[in-house]
Write a protein that binds this ligand. Structure first.
Ligand code: TRP
Length: 443
């Protein structure tokens, strides 16, 4: 096992869980999850998504954390250290590790633009920016104005870089300990408010009563892709965060906690969004505009709507913020490890590159769309297969089962289950999804 005494680490159990949950919970939960649920017909999609989290997400979450924890390096270095001596080691570390660096970069580019929209709508609800009173128009103006889009994404990038610059404990952990509880409190407050004002039954019906006639093959693909995206898997993030953990740390419990928190918060956000949508007599609307067009319009018409809008968009910004810092940390930490540069220097280089990528997405909508599609549909699943193969087949038994060893003999059976879930179930399921996507099955 490689070790590096200068390496940062998380100071407390709770700090790590909040940081990892902060990475997982993001725009994916609050902006994307409700709109894809709307698009793919509600409860049946939710069920498939939950299945994907359980069968593929959970095993891979442990796989990434254990690679990081045993490798004590960012993705490329961790995989290199743990696969040394294996014939496929160099290939796995460069392709698997390389993908783990490229993916967060591409995700950040479009993510920062959408996070910038969230900042804009927060500013609107705070009255810092003047709106037209018609959110469809505000949204159209925002997305077509490169000055606005670039301005907001620059601010958002600066906020994220400031945290990463602080390091693991003083930056990421400290920010997560404030932002995550605040985010959760806002979400819970919103849920109680809309629940007592409108009642939750219609939204609950929509989200939890499956109508399988609406379930398409495409919905299954989307559910699997989204489970990777939202759990921050297949992109080196959990490897990097795992590398900041001490050896004795129970990563099984942590991985389960993060997955449950992520899923719970997505469902809570879905309940809030659809309760408001249905209460205002709108159809369950699909598309990216759900949160930025439909909701602000509705907020303007409900009692206490301004406060609700401020709460909602603050929550969205907090959620996005704790996610991007994890993506940036993968890049910063990889450069620090590979090139032995200081955190300050790497954060600067990474910041400039991300800004250029973000601007490209802000200026060309096709780039934004393409970046979203290529990561969710291809890069994340391929990254996930690499992780599964590395953790399941290449790691030594001792490394692979490190998390279960702490359980003593009680860990033998769970370890066996996990090993085969990782060796076969997850990669085969993901490979089928990928092949399906590229049309091998005649679609
Ligand atoms: N998990 C985040 C969400 O659900 C998305 C995300 C994953 C992300 N990886 C990222 C965001 C890297 C920024 C950078 O929203």
């Amino acid at each position: 096992m490689a070790s590096d005494s200068a390496r940062g680490n998380f100071g407390s159990d709770l700090g790590f869980v909040l940081a990892a949950a902060g990475s997982a919970v993001g725009l994916g939960n609050i902006w994307k999850f409700p709109y894809i649920v709307g698009e793919y017909g509600g409860g049946a999609f939710v069920l498939v998504y939950l299945g994907a989290v359980a069968i593929i997400g959970l095993p891979l979450m442990y796989a990434e954390l254990v690679i990081g924890q045993r490798g004590q390096r960012s993705p490329i270095g961790a995989i290199r250290a743990l696969t040394a001596g294996h014939r496929l080691g160099p290939l796995l570390s460069w392709v698997g590790g390389g993908l783990a660096v490229a993916t967060p970069f591409v995700i950040f580019c479009f993510y920062s633009v959408v996070a910038g929209w969230a900042l804009h709508f927060l500013a609107l609800s705070l009255g810092l920016v003047e709106g037209s009173g018609d959110s469809a128009r505000d949204f159209a103006e925002l997305t077509s104005s490169t000055t606005f889009s670039i301005g907001w994404l620059t601010l958002f990038l600066a906020l994220s870089l400031a945290v990463v610059l602080g390091g693991v404990r003083e930056g990421i952990e400290r920010a997560s300990k404030v932002l995550m509880p605040a985010m959760f409190a806002l979400l819970l407050g919103l849920l109680v408010f809309v629940g007592t004002t409108f009642g939750l039954s219609e939204a609950a019906n929509f989200l939890f009563r499956p109508d399988f006639s609406k379930l398409s093959g495409e919905a299954v693909l989307e559910a699997v892709g989204h489970s990777f995206f939202t759990l921050s898997l297949g992109m080196g993030i959990m490897i990097t965060y795992g590398s900041y953990l001490k050896e004795e740390r129970n990563i099984i419990r942590d991985g389960v906690a993060v997955s449950i928190l992520d899923t719970t918060l997505a469902l809570m956000a879905g309940m809030v969004v659809f309760t408001v949508v249905f209460a205002m007599g709108k159809e369950s609307q699909a598309g990216p505009g759900l949160v930025f067009v439909t909701l602000p319009d509705l907020f303007a018409r409900i009692p206490g709507g301004t406060a609700v809008a401020i709460a909602f968009f603050s929550m969205l910004v907090f959620a996005a913020w704790t996610s991007t810092i994890s993506g940036i940390e993968v890049l910063t930490s990889s450069m620090m490890d590979e090139f032995k540069l200081s955190r300050r220097a790497t954060t600067g280089i990474v910041g400039v590159s991300l800004w250029l990528g973000g601007v490209a997405c802000a200026v060309w909508p096709a780039v934004l769309d393409g970046a979203d599609q290529i990561t969710t549909n291809y890069m994340l699943p391929i990254g996930g297969i690499f992780v599964a193969v590395i953790a399941g087949w290449v790691l030594s038994k001792q490394d692979r089962e490190a998390g279960f060893a702490a359980w003593g003999s009680a860990g033998t059976v769970p370890a066996l289950f996990w090993t085969w879930a990782t060796r076969l179930v997850a990669p085969i399921a993901v490979a089928i999804v990928l092949l399906w996507k590229v049309g091998v099955f005649g679609g």
